[in-house]
Design a protein around this ligand. Structure first.
Ligand code: CP
Ligand code: NVA
Length: 306
């Protein structure tokens, strides 16, 4: 049985075929209306969500099926009454597919190991595969290709979205530069950058991780994510903002990047990781990214349930 836990486990070929399927679904949603007839999706949430929750719920509705939202903070699991293994075994008896947004990636892995239905990662502290798959769909739409494009990421790189970019981009032939502070707290996890470097060598793509912002050059895409991910306590905001300020995406960065488009997975904080003039400019494609979550969630569900 297939799960979608991390893009480390998805091949470049599979990523490209998911993008092709999402493009077909977006062009002709009617054709896919009854594709998953009678299936039920369970959505487990430990953290807040706007896009992930709604895009999966609407995707299921439009595929002719049902989605159940379950707030884990009120569950026996989170009240310490039941473990994740038993939770996985029980819910597998009721539903056809599970999407979970959890803090710990290891909990998601335990959920998948004990479930008898496919499990989708709707974001963990470690990775956010659905986001990056739909971002690649957005990039393909904007440029008509992926291979050879250069994406520059700025900001907090010890981050689920950055990790997913690191896993996926070399596999689809894209070059990636990550600009982040030179502190382990903000750098990608070593296990991820090692894998990404290997993959980049294998596919002859460029991968640079640097704190030297002076190297900012022409890019096709400039990407940033929140400095205050859901799992980061509010008490750290001021300290983190002081360190990350140098890596803010502002008009100076966009000018140095040439004709690049601007991407952000949202939610965004204007004045922190990105200035309002950039995110609200014509170069920003953030709402196309948000829309594409819907088309990509459908492709993921069909891929896992077919
Ligand atoms: N980008 C994203 O996953 O947004 P939500 O946190 O609103 O789901
Ligand atoms: N890195 C962010 C992504 C939000 C979609 C977070 O974890 O909050």
């Amino acid at each position: 049985m297939k799960h979608l836990l991390s893009l480390e486990e998805v091949s470049g070929k599979e990523i490209l075929s998911l993008i092709d399927l999402a493009i077909k679904i977006k062009k002709n949603p009617r054709k896919f209306e009854k594709r998953l007839h009678n299936k039920v999706l369970l959505m487990l949430f430990e953290k807040p969500s706007l896009r992930t929750r709604l895009s999966f719920e609407v995707a299921m509705l439009q595929l002719g099926v049902h989605a159940i939202y379950y707030d884990l903070t009120t569950s026996p699991l989170e009240k310490g009454k039941e473990n994740i293994e038993d939770t996985a075994k029980v819910v597998s008896r009721y539903v056809d597919v599970i999407m979970a947004r959890l803090f710990e990636h290891s909990t998601l892995e335990k959920l998948a190991a004990n479930a008898s239905v496919p499990v989708i990662n709707g974001l963990t502290n470690f990775s956010h595969p659905c986001q990056v798959l739909s971002d690649l769909l957005t990039i393909k739409e904007k440029f008509g290709k992926l291979k050879g494009l250069k994406l520059s990421y700025f900001g907090d790189a010890n981050n689920n979205v950055t990790h997913s970019l690191l896993f996926a981009l070399p596999k689809v032939g894209m070059h990636l530069t990550v600009f982040c502070p030179d502190k382990s707290e903000f750098r990608p996890r070593v296990q991820v950058s090692d894998i990404a470097r290997r993959e980049a060598r294998h596919n002859a793509t460029k991968l640079i991780i640097t704190s030297d912002i002076k190297h900012t050059t022409n890019s096709d895409i400039v990407y940033t994510d929140s400095w205050m991910s859901y799992h980061i306590p509010k008490s750290q905001q001021r300290k983190r903002a002081a360190v990350l300020k140098k890596f803010q995406v502002n008009s100076k960065v966009m000018k140095a990047a040439g004709k690049a488009i601007f991407m952000h997975c949202l939610p965004a904080q204007r004045g922190m990781e990105v200035t309002a003039d950039v995110i609200d400019s014509k170069r920003s494609v953030v709402f196309d990214q948000a829309e594409n979550r819907l088309h990509m969630e459908k492709a993921i569900l069909i891929w896992l349930l077919k």
